[in-house]
Design a protein around this ligand. Structure first.
Ligand SMILES: Nc1ncnc2c1ncn2[C@@H]1O[C@H](COP(=O)(O)OP(=O)(O)O)[C@@H](O)[C@H]1O
Ligand SMILES: [Mg+2]
Ligand SMILES: [Zn+2]
Length: 541
């Protein structure tokens, strides 16, 4: 995100009162300043754009304001104004990310020996301090051990783990927090109010969430939104700008999961492709949503009254058990980590959805229960088919070896009873009769069916016969005389038998796919999960 956000620079807080959040830090610094119990080195940690540099500069003013050491620097004296405009001679700012050489450090530290020129203290702000080289750290350590009384160090970093303990132990450390969306929202409202730019609150809500705790990111997104908009920052525009971060589809997704609708899940994934949504980001958003659901389950009050999706959130919190939410969260996080290993993002994403579908705690509510039942699964098309080819609705024709050897006579070269049947739109017994028969012959308006032996009771069903005859007449647009003869054996390739065969094949594929799945294997190995084979169901096409 652009480092040179116009709004972020213009609206950098100039005193503690203007700062959003970080009260714990402000309070501690205020106490130190008012009681004159000052440390010589401070370390501010936290992700980018949460106020580290901002607080460091306010603190520098607090130390050097001409009105005296104060938690409320005047903002008008020459020290304050010079610090605000970056011209104060006794404030040295060093960006370790671009100056990692020990020479810079030496130069800087040598100057520390001299008394301040115009201020009370020489203040050294070292940003991204974890980037310093080892020798630079060593040079700094010497000064930290015996700091001249007129020197204050303010170090800032996004990555405190990388700072040597010898340095850490000499600093007073403050951890800045990511800013909650509500705080960001309020601040954005304030800024736009000051700028006299009209907005829709929904637009700011979207920006506040997208910023993920960083005020700088929020303001630079707002910069962009203003640039795109013609006068008013409205919700639809911001939605488009943020790459359609409309989370509605995520709710749909969980609802579809709850319904056990595998085909529905894939439809949503396909729909996302059409809208060019990024699958990896979607997994992250899904994890966030699951987290919010978990929160809603545990502390419903945590869900703000004005939360846009409050109703749906609470509904989902009811529909899933806390264990299911935990498990799904794990699966989603896992899926996101693995997405680079997947053949492509679509595969990685859908695989994650299918895992969520495949796993349901057998005894929801019992934490001791570690058996994981595979409730539903999917056959291989989704796993194997490249995503450019939507899995074909038509199952592969059963091999002749797998099929009962049966006379599948066709009255002419093209007429296929199986296909014909799907077009007749039959109901009830007429449909049963047709399903359990094969076409023996069709000529001169005389259509003969062979009914599978075990369904012979259908032969005498006059109503079924008449309905089927009528439907055939309508289909061929000519009167059809239907006669139903009993076949000699049960092994007839009737549409019902074919369907059964296809089902079995797909069931085998589904069981195989589940058994081969790496996550399932891991669950078996780690959790002692067991596959409940007859609970596996292929996705309905
Ligand atoms: N807590 C905050 N309250 C208000 N604005 C903030 C806050 N944190 C950051 N900002 C905004 O973001 C910009 C960058 O903040 P900065 O303090 O430089 O972040 P960093 O933590 O990366 O040092 C500031 O100019 C300001 O506009
Ligand atoms: Mg900074
Ligand atoms: Zn001042």
């Amino acid at each position: 995100m652009s480092a040179t956000s116009v709004l972020a620079r213009k609206w950098r807080p100039r005193n503690f009162a203007q700062l959003a959040g970080q009260e714990h830090v402000v309070q501690a610094l205020t106490n130190a300043l008012t009681q004159n119990r000052l440390h010589h080195a401070y370390l501010f940690t936290g992700t980018r754009g949460v106020g580290k540099t901002t607080i460091a500069r306010i603190f520098a003013k607090s130390l050097n304001c001409e009105t005296g050491i104060t938690a409320t620097p005047c903002g008008v004296c020459s020290a304050c104004t010079e610090i605000d405009s970056g011209r104060f001679i006794d404030l040295m700012e060093l960006d370790a990310a671009s100056n990692t050489q020990v020479d810079n450090m030496r130069e800087l530290l040598e100057s520390a020996l001299y008394a301040p020129t115009s201020g009370r203290f020489k203040v050294y702000i070292i940003d991204e301090v974890h980037m310093l080289s080892k020798s630079a750290f060593n040079a700094m350590l010497k000064t930290l051990e015996e700091p001249p009384a007129h020197v204050k160090f303010i170090l800032a970093t996004t990555d405190p783990q990388k700072i040597p303990v010898t340095v850490l132990s000499r600093c007073l450390q403050f951890n800045l927090k990511q800013l909650p969306p509500a705080l960001i929202l309020t601040h954005l409202q304030y800024v736009l109010g000051q700028e006299n730019i009209p907005f829709e609150i929904g637009a700011l809500n979207l920006v506040a969430r997208a910023a993920q705790g960083s005020m700088r990111d929020a303001l630079s997104l707002l910069d962009q939104a203003i640039a795109y908009s013609s006068g008013k920052v409205d919700e639809a525009l911001v939605r488009t700008m943020l790459g359609a971060i409309d989370q509605g589809y995520l709710f749909d997704l969980l609802q579809t999961l709850r319904a056990g609708d595998g085909a529905g899940l894939l439809r949503i994934a396909d729909d996302m492709t059409m809208r060019s949504l990024a699958f990896e980001a979607a997994l992250q958003d899904l994890a966030t949503l699951l987290h919010r659901i978990a929160l809603a389950q545990t502390i419903p009050q945590a869900i703000a009254e004005d939360e846009p999706e409050r109703e749906r959130l609470l509904a989902l919190a009811q529909q899933f058990t806390p264990e299911e939410i935990q498990l799904n969260y794990q699966i989603v996080i896992h899926g996101r980590n693995e997405i680079d290993l997947a053949p492509d993002e679509y595969a990685g994403f859908t695989m994650t959805l299918l895992r969520m579908l495949a796993f349901a705690p057998q005894a929801a509510g019992s934490a001791a229960e570690t058996r994981v039942a595979v409730a539903k699964a999917t056959p291989s098309p989704v796993y194997a088919a490249p995503r450019t080819e939507p899995s074909p609705a038509k199952p592969a024709a059963p091999t002749s070896a797998a099929m009962p050897a049966a006379p599948m006579q066709q009255a002419n070269g093209t007429l296929d009873w199986n296909t014909l049947l799907t077009q007749l739109n039959l109901q009830g017994m007429a449909r049963e009769l047709a399903k359990h028969s094969v076409l023996a012959s069709f000529s001169d308006g005389q259509l003969v069916l062979n009914l599978a032996l075990q369904h012979k009771h259908l032969q005498s069903n006059k109503m079924a016969h008449d309905k089927l005859q009528a439907a055939l007449g309508e289909y061929f647009a000519q009167p059809v005389r239907l006669s139903v003869e009993l076949s000699a054996s049960n092994a007839v390739a009737t549409p019902a038998a074919v369907e059964q065969q296809v089902k079995q094949t797909r069931q085998q594929q589904a069981v195989e796919a589940i058994k081969q799945d790496a996550f399932v294997r891991e669950a078996q190995a780690v959790l002692g999960a067991q596959i409940v084979e007859n609970a596996i169901k292929p996705i309905q096409q």
